[in-house]
Design a protein around this ligand. Structure first.
Ligand code: AHR
Length: 505
């Protein structure tokens, strides 16, 4: 085995930083491939155990993650979705073509009531993306009324006629999606004006308060963010914000948009390019934050990364429009590196949504089309292990690891990443060793606390290419990690390509 690298990780347990919103661990479910149909929804007549058509094994698995919010119905699909097609008796609902994803027929059997029932089963907050690209202001306004208005009103009465008396709570509302692309190919200023207009008619009914999220930039399009922030800054009839948050999307891959590479069969070079791409999220988000700070120094407007994750070539033999991909330890490392960034930016980054929860892109669970078997992915385990950070207070971490570097095309890339938080008398430290060969011997130096009890779990399969399948569902799964006490904290060894969470009581 190659020699272990030495590292010291200093955690200032007694210096509280911003709270890490649980909404940074949010999810995304689009009408795309087998995410909704076959993933969440099997219909009431399915032999697969379900409640009102919703798959119970998927719900049970996701409950382990305590997912805080779920974005729906897209993505690109949101801008061709007309919500009235998805209410009322299922057999009467109009059909449509899902032109973005596989050009397949959509029967609208999973609509507003089914989505809200899913959120209730998951115990999660709905994040609904409204249609700007091909919908009207009235349509969006009435959808908000339908879902959230108590008492008697045209839309509340329609909801009641469809079997739901009480309004639902909808805390998050998206004003379109990717308007620069699939959402309407708009220019930034044109969309910024539309966002102000549509958001105006997304009302707070009863005691429901919406966080309205204007659709934001792709990657490093800081000009888009600037246009949205100028729209926030523009004088209006009151001091009220035109919308409460703006979004950004960022996907990670080791190749190019045209050839993203295989999810499971990748070379070391491709792995390192993926790590570099995952780490690039932090400077990109920081520059978006810098633009926002110029217009909104008090940080009233939130930044929402409502699509992130890995995007590989689809699994051979699957529909190219369905974006079905396997998920290895490389994906888990991409996720844990993202979470470290999210924790560090928690004072402006208020929400993030991985794309997507089931059977699409960097999924938590994969279901087999023929057997129905469900598999928890390596990424699932990162979300599960890191849920200790939900709504916890971040604390500063300093990584001293001069040897923990890897040369990627002449640039030195840090291979050890760590963040920490405190909650209810416990401190949790998450650590990622991205190195492919070298374990890291970590001295965790805990400042401001005398540990009484320390335990740790690690995700460390034999290969970074390891993945879980129906035949071998636990190839990548957490196990206890041995830690020894030292005079300043604890010491342990992080295996190569691993992720660990240490709990200090
Ligand atoms: O997540 C898949 C797609 O990626 C979404 O529909 C779209 O918003 C983005 O381009």
């Amino acid at each position: 085995m190659p020699d272990a690298t030495r590292a010291t990780v200093i955690v200032n347990v007694d210096i509280p930083g911003p709270v890490i919103s649980r909404h940074l661990y949010g999810h995304f479910a689009e009408h795309l491939g087998r995410c909704i149909y076959g993933g969440f929804w099997v219909g009431e007549d399915s032999p697969i155990p379900n409640e009102g058509g919703i798959r119970l094994d998927v719900v049970e698995a996701l409950r382990e993650l305590e997912i805080p919010n779920l974005r729906w119905p897209g993505g690109c699909f949101a801008d061709e979705y007309h919500w009235r097609d998805g209410i009322g008796p299922r057999e009467d609902r109009p059909r449509m073509v899902n032109t973005h994803w596989g050009d397949v027929e959509e029967n609208n059997h999973f609509g507003s009531h089914e989505f809200m029932a899913l959120c209730e089963l998951l115990g999660t907050a709905p994040y609904v993306s409204g249609n700007v690209g091909s919908g009207t202001v009235r349509e969006m306004s009435e959808w908000v009324e339908y879902l959230t208005r108590p008492g008697t009103s045209p839309m509340a009465d329609l909801r009641r006629a469809n079997g739901r008396d009480e309004p639902w709570r909808v805390p998050f509302w998206g004003i379109g999606n990717e308007p620069w692309g699939c959402g309407g190919r708009m220019r930034a200023e044109a969309y910024a004006d539309l966002a102000r207009q549509y958001a105006t008619f997304c009302r707070n009914h009863g005691d429901n308060t919406l966080t309205r999220i204007a659709a934001g930039a792709a990657d490093d399009d800081y000009a888009w963010t600037e246009a949205l922030m100028r729209a926030v800054d523009a004088p209006g009839p009151s001091n009220a914000l035109p919308f409460e948050a703006i979004s950004v999307h960022y996907y990670t891959f080791g190749g190019t948009w045209e050839a993203k590479g295989s999810a499971t069969q990748f070379g070391d070079d491709e792995y390192w390019r993926t790590v570099v791409a995952a780490q690039a999220i932090e400077p990109i988000l920081r520059r978006h934050v810098a633009v926002m700070d110029r217009y909104d120094p008090e940080r009233k407007v939130g930044l929402v990364l409502d699509e992130w994750g890995t995007w590989w070539d689809v699994e051979p033999g699957t529909n190219p429009g369905f974006l079905y991909q396997q998920n290895t330890m490389r994906d888990a490392i991409v996720a844990s590196l993202h979470f470290d960034t999210f924790h560090r930016l928690a004072d402006r980054l208020t929400m993030a949504n991985i794309a997507q929860t089931v059977n699409v892109l960097q999924a938590m669970v994969l279901t087999d089309e023929e057997t129905g078997a469900l598999v928890r992915t390596p990424t699932f385990h990162v979300f599960e292990m890191n849920k200790v950070h939900h709504d916890a207070t971040s604390v500063p971490v300093h990584v001293r690891a001069p040897q923990a570097q890897h040369d990627v095309a002449g640039t030195s890339v840090p291979t050890l990443s760590a963040t920490a938080s405190v909650t209810e008398g416990r401190c949790h430290v998450s650590l990622t060793n991205a190195d492919l060969e070298h374990p890291v011997e970590v001295d965790l130096d805990l400042r401001g606390v005398s540990p009484q009890d320390v335990s740790a779990r690690v995700l460390a399969p034999s290969s970074v290419r390891s993945f879980n399948s129906a035949a071998d569902p636990d190839q990548v799964s957490p196990r206890p990690l041995e830690v020894v006490e030292t005079s300043t904290g604890v010491r342990f060894t992080l295996p190569a390509h691993s992720f660990a969470v240490v709990e200090i009581r």
